[in-house]
Design a binder for this molecule. Structure first.
Ligand code: UD1
Ligand code: CA
Length: 469
């Protein structure tokens, strides 16, 4: 098989984004645009992938890591100049080279593959991927001769009014005969409206040298969308979101309102899980089968095992084991580990804590820096007091214990198995197994107090008035 190489252009600043962030690092469905491009190329059988970096080179490298090689374009003199920076890496190799921009996040591996195949089958010197659109403004136009062959590509800013009317656009993706690409790049100049070395000029030069130029027109313009500003970014996000949601639905996930469900590109979801409206699933979240993710929940980088129910809650960097449930309105902060069949009710916050199997934390509770065993009942309004203003301290609660409502558990603390904590206690010492810890003031009743109290007079008047009605 002919060797396959790929070059991703990612050195531009992206002035039209009006952003401190370099363009190709802007995210579409939780993933940098350039990462989308690379991820699709990785699905291909490509021998070498090279990314051209310049503006924000370090940040781009940080984002993509060692999944690609890098060449530096120190000055951004145009897309042709960018590809030239790859010469030291690829220049002397036989094979075909795909070039793609880092700001076209919607291309699929399937399209790249079709383009490679088309190019190889036709023995072209270069093949350009084109698309048709009613609104070609901003794109390079594909100019064909009377025989329908591609003659050249003209940029928006250089186009005559006639050329600007052409609806077939350059998607910015090409496959070249590798050696011819680098030979021809030496012949381009920057004599154009933007004073840049244009990669598409390679097509015109090859054509004028009677080389065979192919054009592969794709059906779906949307897939080729280039993102130059925030309006396009939101359009690309919509399209990607639809694609992601449809993929999950085809895999057996019920999404009640796909228009209003936001799932990042790398999220995994098992079959027969139901996703209610307004849900956001982000980062590397993995959700099992038969779960229900309730309306407006946000789940970020979590592992949710089979059969879990999340009701309108906010979960980050945490794990929920099988058949556990949470919510409404609860918050798992990083490193909460919720055991099998555990019930976390409403208005509960859990941080850096393991909660054992079958334990219940029903209402209005804070659990931080703690390890709870199995089959514990934590009463309403319990506070795990973990912070003394300087350091965090840990609390252990043993299996089958019962923590009464309104308890303050002041860490560090050991509460043994089968232990009780009396409601309303402030517990500062360990409670041994099978014991009850009680720490509160004794109740005193002051007889007749109500009648002595001045407001009682006012209350009596109101009572009287009510009775006379
Ligand atoms: C480019 C094409 C245009 C095509 C469109 C498709 C050129 C001259 N024009 O236009 O025909 O229709 O893409 O989306 O190629 N870059 C570098 N170094 C540079 C300049 C750009 O690496 O010196 C990178 C950018 O980071 C970006 C990509 O190349 O990822 C494309 O550059 P951009 O300025 O967005 O080109 P367009 O005007 O969109
Ligand atoms: Ca662009």
């Amino acid at each position: 098989m002919t060797s396959r190489f790929a070059i991703i252009l990612a050195a531009g600043q992206g002035t039209r984004m009006k952003s401190k962030l370099y363009k190709v690092l802007h995210q579409v469905c939780g993933k940098a645009m350039v990462d989308h491009v690379l991820s699709q190329l990785e699905k291909e059988d490509v021998d070498q992938i090279l990314t051209i970096v310049g503006h924000g080179a370090e940040k781009v490298k940080e984002t993509l890591g060692n999944r690609t090689e890098y060449a530096l374009q120190a000055e951004q003199l145009g897309t042709g100049h960018a590809v030239m920076q790859a010469e030291d890496f690829l220049g002397d190799k036989d094979g075909m080279t795909l070039v793609v921009c880092g700001d076209t996040p919607l291309f699929t591996a399937k399209t790249f593959d079709k383009l490679f195949e088309y190019h190889e089958k036709n023995h072209d010197a270069a093949t350009v991927l084109t698309a048709k659109t009613d609104n070609p403004f901003g794109y390079g136009r594909v100019i064909r001769n009377f025989d329908g062959e591609v003659e050249k590509i003209v940029e928006q800013k250089d186009a005559t009014p006639e050329e600007a009317k052409v609806s077939e656009i350059n998607t910015g993706v090409y496959v070249f005969d590798n050696k011819k690409l680098f030979e021809t790049l030496h012949q381009i100049n920057n004599d154009n409206a933007q004073g840049e070395y244009y990669l598409p000029d390679v097509i015109g030069i090859l054509q004028s040298q009677n080389e065979k130029i192919g054009a592969y027109q794709m059906n779906d313009f949307n897939e080729s969308m280039g993102v130059n500003d925030r309006v396009a970014l939101s359009k690309a996000t919509k399209i990607m979101q639809k694609r992601i949601n449809e993929q999950h639905m085809r895999n057996g996930v019920t999404i009640i309102d796909p228009e209003n469900t936001y799932i990042d590109a790398d999220v995994q979801i098992g079959a027969d899980t139901i996703i209610e409206p307004g849900v956001q699933l982000k980062g590397k979240t993995v959700i099992g089968e038969d779960c229900t993710i309730g309306a407006h929940s946000q789940i970020i980088d979590c592992v949710i095992e089979d059969g879990v129910t999340v009701t309108t809650s906010y979960l980050e960097q945490s794990t929920m084991h099988k058949n556990s449930n949470i919510g409404p309105y609860s918050h798992l902060r990083p490193l909460a580990d919720i055991g099998e069949n555990v019930h976390i009710g409403n208005f509960v916050e859990v941080k850096k804590a393991q909660i054992g199997k079958d334990t219940k934390v029903g209402h209005l509770t804070y659990v931080g820096d703690a390890t709870l065993g199995k089959e514990i009942n934590v009463g309403c309004g319990t506070i795990f007091i973990n912070y003394d203003g300087m350091n965090k301290h840990h609390t252990n609660v043993g299996d089958f214990s019962f923590i009464g409502s309104g308890a303050n558990l002041v860490a560090p603390l050991e509460i043994g198995d089968h232990a009780y904590v009396a409601a309303g206690s402030t517990i500062t010492n360990d409670v041994p197994p099978h014991a009850m810890g009680i720490g509160r003031g004794r109740q005193v009743n002051k007889e007749g107090y109500y009648d002595k109290y001045p407001v009682a007079e006012a209350a009596k008047k109101i009572e009287k008035a009510e009775n006379n009605k």
